[in-house]
Design a protein around this ligand. Structure first.
Ligand SMILES: [Zn+2]
Ligand SMILES: [Zn+2]
Length: 54
């Protein structure tokens, strides 16, 4: 884990356990989600291509 990892949805640093990341289904850009956003199913927007998903 690196210090620049931030949640794509709320921009919080991903320091907490339970955070996750995956590739954007459209452009494969890395999407990061913190534990809180994952638990609450906060929508994300890909910063690269603008794709929105759950
Ligand atoms: Zn978040
Ligand atoms: Zn994308």
């Amino acid at each position: 884990m690196t210090a620049r990892d931030r949640c794509t949805s709320c921009n919080a640093p991903l320091a907490e356990a339970g955070s996750t990341w995956f590739s954007c289904p459209v452009c494969a850009h890395e999407i990061n989600r913190c534990y809180r956003c994952r638990e609450q199913s906060i929508p994300y927007t890909c910063p690269k291509c603008g794709f929105q998903g759950p």
